[in-house]
Design a protein around this ligand. Sequence first.
Ligand SMILES: N[C@@H](CCC(=O)N[C@@H](CS)C(=O)NCC(=O)O)C(=O)O
Length: 255
Amino acid sequence: MANPDADVYPTATERAAETVALHQSPEPLVLWAGWFCPFAQRTWITLEEKGIPYKYTEVNPFVKEKHFLDINPRGMVPAIEYNGRAIYESLILCEFLEDQFPSTGPQMLPSDPVDRATARIWIDHVAKSILPTFMRVVQSQDPAKQASALVEFYSALRTFAAEVKEPFFLGETFSLVDVAIAPWIMRDHVLVTHRGYERAAASDAWARYAALVETRDSVLRTTSAKEHYTGIYARYLDNTAQSVVAKAVREGKPF
Ligand SMILES: N[C@@H](CCC(=O)N[C@@H](CS)C(=O)NCC(=O)O)C(=O)O
């Protein structure tokens, strides 16, 4: 059976399309990305923040073309080719960009080893607590499952937001912790329209933080038209129970 994701909208749009157009010349560093992919956006934001020269190449990872499997045997975006050598995994790529280009653009992890480890602890929280619950909220179909997924999602966001130093996670510096979560902030409108999610229902601190991250220029420059993101999640979103569920969660009612 054909993979339904192979029909994903083919190219970046709006601000992201302008950024793609500016990065078509050959460079030693090639970013292989899918415009729609939140993991790829992490690496893309880091390149833009640091001002590293790169060539952007769009790939639909669901099609599994041989030339792409040669670059990333896992067949996933993002991947980076640097001077002909290939590497992959979004967070590893973000750290690679810090390691390879330490004095290009801003430093995106703290220098102090304890602070650096603390930043990684919160990146890990994004990966292990926030993203899985985000996907559960999207994928849950029956009202009880949607409700418990939303409760868990709010709890993971609240825990994260309680540690934000403001304005960004580590304070004044926009860091890889902010990069790790930003693409999901840019996609949370899908949960607002289809799952009754509200940022302030997690906490005011979360709502403030998310509102700031979504205005960051590197984040906007790598973001496509809203309606195309809804299309990515469309096959999970055709149920109508969400407003009932959201109201019940808001009112603290058990489902
Ligand atoms: N852990 C990976 C996840 C990357 C990922 O899931 N990419 C998706 C697109 S958003 C992909 O390439 N999927 C292709 C597939 O699953 O076959 C990372 O952080 O880079």
